[in-house]
Design a protein around this ligand. Structure first.
Ligand code: HEC
Length: 132
């Protein structure tokens, strides 16, 4: 009887561990997908800011809004655990806030370029630490 309880307990632990692992794998896969989308979005925004493409205010706003919401969602996920988790969380929160500020520049008629440089710096500084 005790043996059976031990086996069941072990099974539950194994299942719990594999669920936690699957959740992390899924979070990692969706992080990659998010990052690839961000690369495309950033290219489009930089093209507009550089005058390579005409500034489509509505589209630029949509892309920046996507940054802000994606980043908020990502900050809420358990991508990385351990000592770095709090720092990464804070970085995604900061990126989200910077994207929102960049979005506010558009209706205000402020230049987009400085905001994009800020966002680029956010991408780079996080990658330098966590995406090698
Ligand atoms: C707060 C952290 C953070 C920020 C901000 C961030 N990234 Fe990332 N990025 C990561 C991490 C972590 C990875 C590695 C993901 C992996 O390999 O699973 C990554 C990977 C990538 C990749 C490679 C994806 C692949 O297919 O392997 C691209 C492209 C990318 N990021 C683009 C960007 C762009 C563009 C920005 C800014 C607009 C940005 N990232 C902002 C953390 C961040």
């Amino acid at each position: 009887m005790r043996m059976r309880a031990a086996i069941i307990a072990a099974l539950i632990l194994t299942l719990a561990a594999s669920f936690a692992c699957a959740e992390r794998t899924q979070a990692a896969a969706s992080l990659k997908a998010t990052m690839r989308a961000w690369k495309t979005n950033m290219g489009a925004l930089e093209g507009m800011a550089a005058g390579a493409a005409p500034l489509d205010s509505a589209e630029a706003l949509r892309l920046l809004q996507e940054f802000a919401t994606d980043s908020q969602t990502t900050a809420g996920r358990s991508i990385v655990t351990g000592a770095d988790a709090a720092d990464i969380h804070a970085r995604f929160e900061a990126f989200s806030a910077d994207a929102r500020r960049a979005g506010e520049a558009i209706p205000a008629g402020d230049p987009l370029q400085p905001h994009l440089l800020r966002l680029r710096a956010d991408c780079r500084s996080c990658h330098d630490l966590y995406a090698n």
